[in-house]
Design a protein around this ligand. Structure first.
Ligand SMILES: Cc1ncc(COP(=O)(O)OP(=O)(O)O)c(N)n1
Ligand SMILES: Cc1nc(C(=O)O)sc1CCOP(=O)(O)O
Ligand SMILES: [Mg+2]
Length: 215
């Protein structure tokens, strides 16, 4: 059976050395298939960096993404998507609504929505014009304080019931991703397992590709 989950990278919570991170990002992209990067400069407790830091990071990273045909998504902030010309936004249940993000950004932008462990939230997001729905957290994570635990049965149901792409997130690693791939997740959203991999991001991407292809 051909399983085709793709990687959706989430930036590290902080990028103190933008030049070094740009090199890490290039190394990741050179190692295998990556669908998108979400710029999410936000601590585990939810505190975000000043807007200028997001704008500087976008200025450095978006050309690398675009050169590699990788979608560049900004977390939380449709207004910063407009300012930077990024490809889209990811909004959560406490952020701008999907409808509002769509109204700000228009039909061509990508709008993704956090749906935690909820079929209902995902169906509403679909009705409001989301391009993908994100379920999580599948595993414990130190990247974000999470209150919800998603199960692979939700991904299975979603992929049978709808055609809208699903993103799985939360503590996903090359070692634990196989059941999520088998359950039909269209994308695996990953931060720490790529940027904190002991052998570097390129090795992480290769390890994910191996696990996905063997799932
Ligand atoms: C792909 C993806 N899925 C879920 C989230 C979490 O969004 P949210 O609940 O708004 O939390 P923050 O990321 O804003 O802290 C995400 N960012 N990306
Ligand atoms: C940003 C985010 N959202 C989550 C959710 O469950 O909605 S879990 C999470 C953190 C993802 O990072 P890592 O791959 O390091 O666990
Ligand atoms: Mg958010």
């Amino acid at each position: 059976m051909h399983l085709d989950s793709r990687l959706y990278l989430i930036s590290p919570p902080q990028v103190p050395d933008l030049a070094a991170f740009a090199e890490a990002f290039k190394a990741a992209l050179g190692a295998g298939d990556v669908a998108s990067l979400q710029l999410r400069l936000k601590s585990a407790d939810g505190s975000a960096v000043p807007d200028d830091d997001v704008l500087y990071a976008a200025e450095a990273l978006m050309p690398i993404a675009q050169k590699n045909e990788v979608a560049f998504i900004i977390n939380d902030r449709p207004d910063l998507v407009l300012k930077t010309g990024a490809d889209g936004v990811h909004v959560g249940q406490s952020d701008a609504s999907c409808k509002k993000a769509r109204a700000i950004l228009g039909d061509d932008a990508t709008v993704g929505v956090t749906c935690h462990d909820s079929k209902h939230l995902a169906l509403v997001a679909g009705e409001e014009g989301a391009d993908y729905v994100a379920f999580g957290a599948f595993f414990p994570t130190k990247t974000k304080e999470t209150k919800f635990k998603a199960e692979t049965s939700l991904l299975e149901w979603w992929s049978y019931a709808t055609t809208l792409p699903s993103v799985a997130i939360g503590g996903i690693t090359p070692e634990n991703c196989r059941p999520i791939v088998r359950a039909g997740a269209d994308f695996l959203a990953v931060s720490s397992a790529v940027w904190d991999h002991p052998e570097g991001p390129a090795a992480a991407i290769k390890a994910f590709e191996k696990s996905i292809s063997e799932a």
